[in-house]
Design a protein around this ligand. Structure first.
Ligand SMILES: C[S@@+](CC[C@H](N)C(=O)[O-])C[C@H]1O[C@@H](n2cnc3c(N)ncnc32)[C@H](O)[C@@H]1O
Length: 274
């Protein structure tokens, strides 16, 4: 498939009857780019995890703060894998406020993300919206925009927040992370997060995975230990480690809110010197 299909060609591939993981996430974030099937799937998830909305908000806050932090550290190139439907503020806006020469390659395999991305995310040469699959890292790395970014030999930040839950064990998510780590210039980092299975019992895990089995991508819930294992030895885990994302940058949830029953677990990792 052409990763740069023009909008009319993408529109023909849109399916509003099957829930899409991008639109479910948009609904959980109180966005408007979702349809009845997406909302029904999201409501079924909320039955299992009533505070999922708050956890999703934590995840988005983590992504925002991580991009801000990395931009202040001088990182100007971002590869946003499974970027999702445009949310406010978007990654380019966050980064460019700190580092005006920022460049962002947005990658997602959802056609609606590609359409909206082309309309709302693409800002001249500073960004690209590329419709590709994270399970095919070689194709992503060979994309001309991404290859040019990596070719500058400056550290890059890969953003992989809430996308690896949609890569099943059979597709070897650890090998994908290792392949990315292998290809990145020295000093590159990855911001990653993953909805954790830790707060759920077996019945809830099955119910959640059952909802996603009827959507555009199956979800695999993993424990904190399994999430850490995905990183293998190509990535060095930075402090405070692979942990609840709200522990990374705050602001911590207000004391008036009950502790989250479900959490996104993640962190920032750096590619080890070769
Ligand atoms: C839950 S959203 C996360 C959005 C954003 N990364 C964030 O953390 O706010 C997951 C996104 O990953 C995308 N996605 C799922 N599987 C994918 C795959 N195999 N390749 C590329 N994108 C994928 C979905 O289409 C969706 O937009």
């Amino acid at each position: 498939m052409d990763p740069y299909l023009p909008v009319p060609a993408i529109l023909r591939r849109l399916d509003f009857t099957q829930p899409s993981v991008a639109r479910i996430y948009d609904y959980l974030l109180k966005g408007r780019d979702n349809f009845a099937a997406d909302r029904a799937a999201a409501e079924a998830l909320l039955k299992q995890a009533p505070d999922l909305r708050e956890s999703v908000r934590d995840n988005r806050e983590f992504l925002t703060r991580a991009v801000e932090y990395l931009a202040t550290q001088g990182i100007s190139f971002f590869l946003d894998l499974g970027c999702g439907l445009p949310a406010q503020p978007n990654v380019y806006e966050i980064a460019a406020r700190r580092i005006p020469r920022a460049r962002v390659a947005y990658v997602d395999n959802d056609p609606m993300v590609a359409v909206h991305g082309r309309a709302l995310l693409v800002v001249g040469e500073a960004t690209a919206m590329i419709e590709l699959d994270v399970r095919d890292p070689a194709k992503i790395l060979a994309d001309p925009y991404v290859a040019a970014m990596f070719g500058e030999d400056e550290p890059v930040a890969v953003l992989a927040t809430d996308v690896f839950p949609f890569v099943e064990d059979a597709d070897d998510p650890a090998a994908i992370m290792a392949e990315l780590g292998e290809a990145l210039p020295a000093g590159s980092v990855m911001v990653h997060s993953h909805l954790s299975s830790d707060g759920f019992d077996r019945r809830q895990i099955e119910a959640i995975e059952h909802v996603y089995a009827g959507t555009s991508a199956r979800m695999t819930l993993r424990s904190t230990e399994q999430i850490r294992d995905l990183l293998g030895d190509r990535w060095e885990i930075l402090a405070p480690g692979t942990t609840a994302v709200s522990r990374w940058f705050g602001p911590l949830p207000p004391l008036s809110e009950p502790p989250r029953s479900v959490t996104y677990v993640g962190g920032i990792v750096r590619v080890r010197p070769r």
